[in-house]
Write a protein that binds this ligand. Structure first.
Ligand SMILES: Nc1ncnc2c1ncn2[C@@H]1O[C@H](COP(=O)(O)OP(=O)(O)OP(=O)(O)O)[C@@H](O)[C@H]1O
Ligand SMILES: [Mg+2]
Length: 158
């Protein structure tokens, strides 16, 4: 999916980690099984903080959230399984060949992906995009875009 298939839904300013988590909790209300969220922004922009807020919304402790360091993905079992990918440390793109993305992307859980640019050809067609921009030490701009068209329920949309 190119950015033309996304519609900007919200653009807001967060002035603290807690505000970023609150924003994520609000966004979580939109999400359902099989949804995929791309989290884009520079190092320290707030992507993992946003994941903590999302995880809270699914009735899990945000303390469970840590960026996967030695693996590409952590799974948190809440009301739904949440698959938290962090592709920053992906050294060899061929590692992705060993991941069965269909199980995650078209399954019963929600996929949250930091550094989605690194998915290359494995990028799904249908995703939400949350963009983070530094605006000083404590301030971040957060833009949330949603797919313009609804996802087909029964089959992968690609
Ligand atoms: N408004 C804010 N929202 C989110 N984090 C903030 C904010 N202000 C300051 N911070 C700080 O910025 C850092 C954000 O870290 P976080 O791990 O969420 O970033 P990240 O985008 O996941 O980075 P990485 O690419 O390294 O995984 C934390 O240290 C947090 O305390
Ligand atoms: Mg992170």
């Amino acid at each position: 999916m190119s950015t033309k298939d996304l519609t900007l839904k919200a653009s807001l300013t967060s002035k603290s980690e807690e505000e970023t988590m609150q924003c994520a909790r609000g966004f979580a209300a939109r999400l359902k099984a099989g949804d995929i969220v791309f989290l884009q922004g520079q190092l320290g922009a707030g992507k993992t903080t946003f994941v903590k807020g999302l995880v809270q919304a699914f009735k899990l402790s945000p303390k469970k959230v840590s960026s996967p360091t030695f693996v590409l993905m952590n799974c948190y079992e809440g009301r739904l399984p949440i698959y938290h990918f962090d592709l920053y440390r992906l050294e060899n793109p061929q590692t992705l060949d060993t991941v069965d993305f269909d199980d995650y992307f078209y399954g019963e859980g929600i996929s949250l992906i930091e550094w989605p640019e690194r998915l290359g050809g494995y990028a799904p067609e249908h995703y939400y995009l949350v963009e983070f921009q530094h605006q000083g030490e404590q301030q971040r701009k957060i833009c949330i875009s949603c797919p313009s068209k609804p996802r087909l329920k029964s089959s992968p949309s690609r």
